[in-house]
Design a protein around this ligand. Structure first.
Ligand code: ADP
Ligand code: ZN
Ligand code: ZN
Length: 746
């Protein structure tokens, strides 16, 4: 064992927003610490938790000021050394404190010791098999003891709680047997497992030609730990099976695996596919686990009992030792970007972690993000493709319906004549359908028919969405619900009307057209409970419900063989977003949702209703042609200088004081302009600087202003970013955060 260094630098976990405090403490003799160990330290008059980030042989503190570390919280480093480094990187990149970045690395429940390890008593026979009979004879008059010896005769440990089901009150007889040296009783840790009923191990399917070819490239690289791949595999091409084979190869070589999946796709279905093949070696991490479950899964990973982790975004920080592979499913998903505190992009963190720990990286999607596909074309990733469906299943036939034409023909409803006709045929044939609209609630705004006033939230500069279920107007930004006023707050008329459509409205309209046909609705409102999501999916899988209506939640990952019809009720919704990625998002969502149909021998059909049938995003989605879309979108981005040719950078200013953000953003913009004026070579790289209110002026009572910049992707631009980072960190009067290509520009 190496000699313990006598001093430790500790990051003290104080309040989230304060600056970092690194303090040096003395390590008392006999205490073993390493980088990443959590410790209790004296801090002022209090005791605080902290993390050792460095051990040293010397220090430059007055000796009488040095205090001793009180005790380690665990006898192992809870944060693996490479993850301490990763936290440091994140804290720099997103200008948050290291204390905050370190919190990403452990379950929240672990801090402040809020969760206890659960234990149970287990009994095990201590005598060799040939002595069992004699032992039973010796206790022949105590029936329970004889029975217990019998039950334990396999020599394996049995939880006493389970024995209770077979022998009433086993504690006393077990104690006697333990005293006689026949049985041992001890406390063992219990792991609360979120998916206990994982089915028995399943056999491997025979790989398709394309799967085989792709794996031929992947497996050798995984062995070397240097592979960087982008797998473009169309919906239903069998990407999951590829993940499974890669993961297994990696595990067999003794290395760990992380599989990242967007939260909404992290269905029990996906988990059971992995559990079905890897059993208990697979751990699961996501936000719907209970605190105890999450903590226990984390410990199973940290202790090495689980070597494969399936999880949402934050599982990229899972404490896997000797990491060999990170897989990122649906890599195009915006939800891989954490938007605040700390802000990070799981794609970048995964790449950095893979690099740091000598692991391979596999990004995969049916609709890769423009940024990733461009990187693959540049050679940063090796591009792999699977362009046909498993078992020769055909992609569904797609029809576009021009809703302007419907209106002209006098159809004012939300369903076109074609969609109604196909829904009827589908239901008559005892098949299933999905209806997609990317907006929850009943009506997205409430408007006065007399004066045109649109009702907005009192705390946010956002339209209120009317929900039929509770007949309240909800704010989708802060969550408050308010009663629909009887008269217009602006003109006093009583012509307030919910306008537009969301999932609830679609469901209502459907029920009017098809009374008695059972539906399930899947959106953020119906899936809040712990198992709600799973129950709704089961209702559909069992066939009890015939039609599933939902937001983007139903667009991906789901594999229902009986779905023959998919209808996109209003495809243009995402197209109208004020964001340069609106085209990309629309193409992705429509292609993914179209991919839900025709996943078995039942042929599929997709109907896309739109007011812009000629738009290229909709045309290419209908043709399910990724490359065509990529080429056109890439050209557009080049022409208009959007990412990946530039970076969209903004300094966001937020405060409860109404005037402050705008004052600060003005000062920021002046300082930036002054800086660039002195550096003409850098100024050339900055295409524009715009100082203004943020598109959403107020969220949860905070006023927001911004300086938005478009900066060329160029080596020299690093210097501009460095300046902006330093600028954002200065002590401004309100909160200032620097965002580079944020997921959300609202
Ligand atoms: P993707 O994620 O690419 O959309 P999936 O991984 O969901 O596709 O696979 C689609 C379906 O094909 C699933 O039902 C899966 O079990 C099945 N499948 C995948 N690979 C094979 C194979 N080699 N043989 C038979 N069925 C397969
Ligand atoms: Zn609000
Ligand atoms: Zn009015």
């Amino acid at each position: 064992m190496p000699k313990q260094q006598p001093y430790a630098q500790v990051i003290v976990d104080i309040s989230a927003d304060s600056a970092d405090k690194t303090f040096t403490y003395r390590v008392p003799g006999g205490m073993r610490l390493s980088t990443g160990t959590r410790v209790l330290v004296p801090f002022g008059q209090q005791t605080k938790e902290g993390v050792v980030i460095k051990l040293t042989d010397s220090h430059d503190i007055a000796v009488d000021k040095l205090k001793d570390i009180q005790e380690p919280l665990e006898d192992y480093p809870a944060i693996l050394p490479p993850l301490v480094d990763l936290a440091q990187e994140i804290s720099k990149a997103s200008s948050c404190s290291l204390a905050l970045a370190l919190r990403l690395m452990i379950p929240a429940e672990m801090r402040a010791g809020r969760i206890k390890i659960k234990t149970q008593t287990v009994a095990q026979l201590m005598i060799p098999e040939e002595e069992i009979e004699a032992a039973q004879a010796a206790h022949a008059r105590a029936k329970k003891r004889v029975l217990l010896i019998q039950l334990l005769s396999d020599g394996l440990p049995h939880p006493v709680n389970e024995l209770k089901a077979l022998v009433r009150d086993p504690h006393e007889p077990l104690k006697i047997l333990a005293e006689a040296g026949i049985v041992s009783l001890r406390e063992e840790e219990v792991f609360r497992s979120p998916y206990l009923d994982s089915e028995c191990l399943q056999a491997d399917p025979v790989l398709t030609q394309e799967q085989t070819e792709v794996l031929l490239e992947l497996l050798p690289a995984i062995h070397q730990g240097t592979g960087r791949f982008l797998l473009h595999g169309i919906t239903g091409s069998g990407k999951t099976e590829v993940y499974i084979r890669c993961a297994r190869e990696c595990l067999a070589a003794g290395r760990g695996v992380i599989v990242l999946i967007p939260e909404i796709v992290l269905t029990p279905q996906m988990v059971s596919w992995f559990r079905g093949r890897f059993g208990d070696v697979a751990a699961v991490l996501h936000s719907r686990l209970s605190a105890g479950e999450r903590f226990d899964e984390w410990r199973r990973i940290r202790s090495g009992k689980a070597r494969l982790v399936i999880g949402a975004r934050s599982a990229v920080f899972a404490p896997v030792t000797d990491l060999g592979l990170i897989i990122m499913d649906e890599e195009h998903e915006p939800s891989y970007q954490a938007e605040n505190n700390p802000r990070y992009d799981a794609r970048e963190v995964a790449a950095s972690r893979a690099q740091r720990e000598g692991a391979s990286l596999l990004l995969a999607s049916a609709t890769p993000s423009i940024l990733s596909f461009a990187k693959a074309q540049r050679g940063d990733y090796m591009l792999l493709e699977m362009l046909s469906r498993v078992n020769k299943h055909q992609l569904a036939k797609v029809s576009l319906v021009d809703m302007r034409e419907e209106l002209r023909l006098g159809n004012r409803g939300m369903f076109s004549t074609l969609l109604i006709e196909r829904l009827r045929a589908c239901i008559d044939a005892d098949l299933q359908a999905m209806l997609f609209i990317n907006r929850r609630g009943y009506a997205p705004s409430v408007m006065c028919r007399k004066c045109g006033e649109v009702l907005t939230c009192a705390h946010c500069d956002v339209k209120l969405t009317f929900h039929q279920a509770d007949r309240l107007m909800h704010c989708h930004y802060c969550g408050t619900g308010s009663v629909l006023p009887s008269v217009c707050p602006e003109c006093g008329s009583s012509y307030l009307k919910p306008v537009g459509a969301g999932t609830q409205k679609v469901e209502e309209e459907f029920k009017k057209l098809f009374p008695g046909v059972e539906t399930v609705r899947l959106d953020a409102d119906t899936t809040t409970g712990k198992d709600a999501h799973e129950q709704l999916l089961n209702r559909f899988r069992s066939g009890a419900a015939r039609v599933m209506i939902g937001t983007q939640m139903i667009a991906k990952g789901l594999d229902f063989p009986q779905v023959s019809l998919v209808g996109a009720v209003l495809a243009d919704l995402t197209l109208n977003l004020p964001d340069y990625r609106a085209q990309e998002r629309t193409f992705q969502l429509l292609t993914q949702v179209a991919g839900r149909a025709g996943r078995s021998d039942v042929p599929g059909e997709v109907i896309i209703q739109t007011y812009k049938p000629e738009h290229y995003a909709i045309q290419y989605a209908a043709a399910q042609e990724y490359r065509g879309f990529f080429n056109q979108e890439f050209q557009r981005r080049r022409r208009l200088l959007y990412p990946p040719f530039t970076m969209m950078v903004r300094l966001l200013c937020e405060s409860r004081e109404e005037e402050l953000p705008r004052e600060v953003s003005t000062q920021l913009s002046e300082q930036i302009t002054a800086f660039l004026a002195k550096k003409p070579n850098l100024k050339r790289r900055v295409l524009f600087i715009r100082e203004d209110e943020a598109p959403i002026k107020r969220i949860m009572g905070q006023t927001r202003a911004q300086v938005l910049m478009k900066i060329l992707e160029h080596r020299e631009s690093e210097q501009v970013l460095a300046f902006l980072t330093a600028l954002a960190e200065e002590p401004w009067q309100c909160r200032v955060s620097l965002e580079v290509n944020p997921a959300n520009l609202a």
